[in-house]
Design a protein around this ligand. Structure first.
Ligand code: AVJ
Length: 314
């Protein structure tokens, strides 16, 4: 893990167009900053999805329409807060199911399990720690009961269109006919609303990005001068892409002692850190169709900013 991080950092900072992957944002500090982002008023995504799962849990479960005990497998569950309303609905209505949250972080899974045991003592919970592709394929072999997969929070937005298609196909291959996927996706909308969610005036998203440089300093004994870097991001309403960057404010050198690697940064040079892609409902229909699903229904929030789209493996 640490080794891939090192390799990716060196490759990304040696590239002609420098890049670092947003998947490395989430060390303990980064995960805490992400919590702060989710609490910002401008970051509407969390509230929208919470509204959908609070008000439409019954409609979603009715649409899934499993006639027997089933699994709810959540990929990248994190703190699982967004899912709580859905789980609560099921438990309170005595619907038989097992909740299988999967996350790469042991810490996150321990917290989530402890919290849910307290808040929903009757919940049958089977947390798994690991890469979700591995766990997913194992899980599928073990069970012959239907599964509802959850991939929430617009995490899909971090993948390029091609990667997204491959990911959906991979989910599909690991599902049984009739299994369902509930996919949380941020929708294209007035560009100003999207821009404000990412280029926030509090500077929290900036801290989220800059923390990656601090993490590299910590883990590889680097000498990134944090004040000599800034943050920029841009939403392109034509292709639905928010792209985030770290900007070098001067011509400078950085040494990563532990890796014995040096990098030059030109004045105003960019490091691309994140893609947060937004979709239209038509685009989602098309993606679903191309990856072996049929869209059952898009469940939208009242402002129509976000969708939890239910896709069934056909
Ligand atoms: C967790 C990937 C959905 O792209 O909106 C929030 C991460 N980045 N603010 C997103 C993020 C900047 C977030 N996802």
């Amino acid at each position: 893990m640490n080794n891939t991080f090192a390799k990716d950092v060196v490759a990304g900072l040696s590239a002609k167009e420098k890049h670092l992957s947003s998947k490395y944002f989430y060390d303990d500090i980064g995960s805490r900053i992400f919590q702060e982002i989710m609490e910002m008023q401008e970051y509407y995504l969390t509230d929208c999805e919470f509204e959908i799962l609070s008000l439409q849990a019954k409609q979603i479960i009715d649409a899934v329409n499993f006639k027997q005990t089933f699994n709810i497998v959540e990929l990248g569950a994190g703190d699982g807060l967004k899912t709580f309303k859905l789980l609560e609905f099921l438990v309170h209505n005595h619907i038989d199911f097992h909740y299988v949250p999967i996350d790469i972080s042991q810490g996150a899974m321990d917290l989530l399990t402890a919290d849910l045991k307290k808040r929903l003592p009757k919940l049958s919970i089977h947390p798994r720690v690991g890469d979700y592709f591995e766990v997913l394929s194992k899980e599928n072999v073990q069970t012959n009961i239907p599964s509802l997969l959850l991939f929430l929070g617009s995490n899909i937005g971090n993948y390029t269109e091609e990667e997204t298609l491959n990911l959906l196909k991979l989910f599909n291959e690991n599902m049984k006919k009739g299994d369902a996927l509930l996919l949380g996706v941020d929708l294209k909308k007035n560009p100003i609303i999207i821009q404000n969610a990412y280029l926030d005036k509090h500077g929290i998203t900036k801290r989220f990005n800059i923390n990656l440089l601090k993490r590299i300093n910590r883990e590889f004994d680097g000498d990134f001068k944090i004040d000599d870097f800034d943050f920029y991001c841009h939403y392109n309403p034509l292709n639905g892409e928010v792209r985030s960057y770290i900007v070098s404010l001067c011509n400078q050198k950085v040494l990563l002692k532990k890796l014995n690697e040096r990098f030059n940064f030109a004045y105003d040079e960019l490091i691309w850190t994140e893609l947060s892609k937004k979709y239209s409902l038509d685009e989602l229909d098309h993606l679903a169709e191309q990856s072996g699903f049929r869209i059952n229904k898009h469940f939208l929030d009242s402002k129509h900013y976000f969708t939890d789209s239910l896709m069934i493996k056909s």
